[in-house]
Design a protein around this ligand. Structure first.
Ligand SMILES: CCCCCCCC/C=C\CCCCCCCC(=O)SCCNC(=O)CCNC(=O)[C@H](O)C(C)(C)COP(=O)(O)OP(=O)(O)OC[C@H]1O[C@@H](n2cnc3c(N)ncnc32)[C@H](O)[C@@H]1OP(=O)(O)O
Ligand SMILES: CCCCCCCCCCCCCC(=O)OC[C@@H](O)COP(=O)(O)O
Length: 324
């Protein structure tokens, strides 16, 4: 496009014009009627200004008139802002290299996002975190917005387990790697299990906590998917407690299906730790079921229906019923 317009203008080559675009010289033989470059540029301005003006009018109109457009803008900004923050975080984290302590830096840099989005995060039960010992946190996973609730309560020396694909999410992937996030390949169960077994070995020796989303994927259907067993095997192998954390439903302010994203409230509830001392791998299925059941009960208690209250999950036939 650059080549066409400039060539069409038949620019008279001067040393400075040559510096602007080497194409000017290459194409001058084909240009029949030379006109000064400035004229062409000035001709471009009105079009450019009109385009900018249209955009300046269109974007706010879409923002105010179309909830879907608002949803897309907000999600795009969310991802973009995190990628940008990660660019800032990377050099700071790189000083230490890959280190769990870098998670503190990421946490501090992400805490303000809830204000940008008008989301009030209320934390209850933070006193349930065991003060100074390794443990495994399990929490429900509704959306990438979980990052906000997670950062609100993330204990010291705690690393999340994430899908391997996140490693390739540009600057965010690198920032996660530097902060010690553990990546697993969900398609290779054997590999994922051995990574988690290694984590069980180092949990105690390196005094770290691990945060797992046992649903294994995002789930926004108003309930919780069956839990994967890895987190519970991990806790049993290391003989450390499980700390369940429940984030209330986002229906109040966010719904991917309806393309709705407004401001709202979310409660993050830390439940009492579940001990695993003396348990064996045979106890894992029952342990996972018990923890899921207690989390689902609390999820129903603290979730509202997005239309101004009401425990919608408790209503007969509510979306949560299907998966109990
Ligand atoms: C300033 C700027 C900053 C910018 C940066 C921003 C970032 C901010 C920082 C940080 C945020 C990070 C945010 C991360 C968020 C990411 C979230 C996600 O990615 S969620 C997806 C990944 N998570 C999981 O998948 C859960 C863990 N998964 C598991 O635990 C699974 O169990 C897994 C993968 C190990 C296997 O999955 P299976 O699909 O095969 O399902 P199963 O039924 O659980 O296991 C199959 C059999 O293997 C046994 N098994 C599982 N684990 C075992 C183990 N460790 N030992 C022995 N057996 C085991 C099970 O008991 C089961 O056998 P039987 O059916 O019971 O006989
Ligand atoms: C290259 C551009 C990508 C933009 C990336 C922006 C960074 C956002 C970082 C948010 C961290 C939260 C990650 C997250 O929530 O991952 C989803 C997985 O848990 C489950 O994945 P899935 O539901 O199985 O697809």
């Amino acid at each position: 496009m650059v080549r066409t317009s400039i060539c069409g203008a038949g620019v008279n080559p001067s040393p400075s014009a040559g510096r602007l675009s080497p194409l000017l010289f290459r194409n001058q033989a084909h240009c029949p009627s030379p006109r000064p470059l400035q004229v062409t540029r000035m001709e471009l301005w009105p079009g450019l200004w009109t385009l900018l003006l249209l955009l300046a009018l269109l974007l706010p109109t879409l923002w105010f008139c179309s909830p879907s457009a608002k949803y897309f803008f907000k999600m795009a900004f969310y991802n973009g802002w995190i990628l940008f923050l990660a660019v800032l975080a990377i050099p700071v984290c790189a000083v230490r290299g890959r280190n769990v302590e870098n998670m503190k830096i990421l946490r501090l840099m992400l805490l303000h996002i809830k204000y940008l989005y008008g989301i009030r995060v209320e934390v209850r039960g933070a006193h349930h975190f065991p003060p100074s010992q390794p443990y495994v946190v399990v929490s429900n996973h509704q959306s990438s917005l979980d990052l906000l609730g997670m950062m609100e309560v993330l204990p010291g020396r705690c690393v999340p387990i994430a899908k391997r694909e996140l490693l390739w999410a540009g600057s965010a992937g690198l920032a996660c790697w530097l902060a010690g996030v553990i990546f697993i390949d969900r398609k290779r169960t054997g590999d994922a299990i051995s990574v988690m077994s290694e984590v069980a070995q180092t949990l105690i020796t390196q005094d770290v906590r691990v945060w797992v989303f046992p649903e294994g994927t995002r789930n926004h259907n108003g309930s919780m998917l069956p839990f994967k067993r890895g987190a519970f095997h991990l806790a049993v192998q290391a003989q450390v407690p499980i700390v369940p954390i429940v984030m209330s439903s986002y229906q109040d302010f966010y719904c991917k299906k309806e393309r709705r994203f407004t401001s709202g409230r979310c409660q993050v509830r830390v439940l009492p730790p579940v001990p695993t001392e003396g348990l064996t791998p045979d106890d894992v299925p029952a342990l996972a079921d018990t923890v899921r059941h207690s989390m689902l009960t609390v999820f129903r208690e603290i979730s509202t229906d997005g239309r101004g209250g009401g425990d919608y999950l408790k209503k007969p036939g509510g979306v949560g019923e299907a998966q109990l």
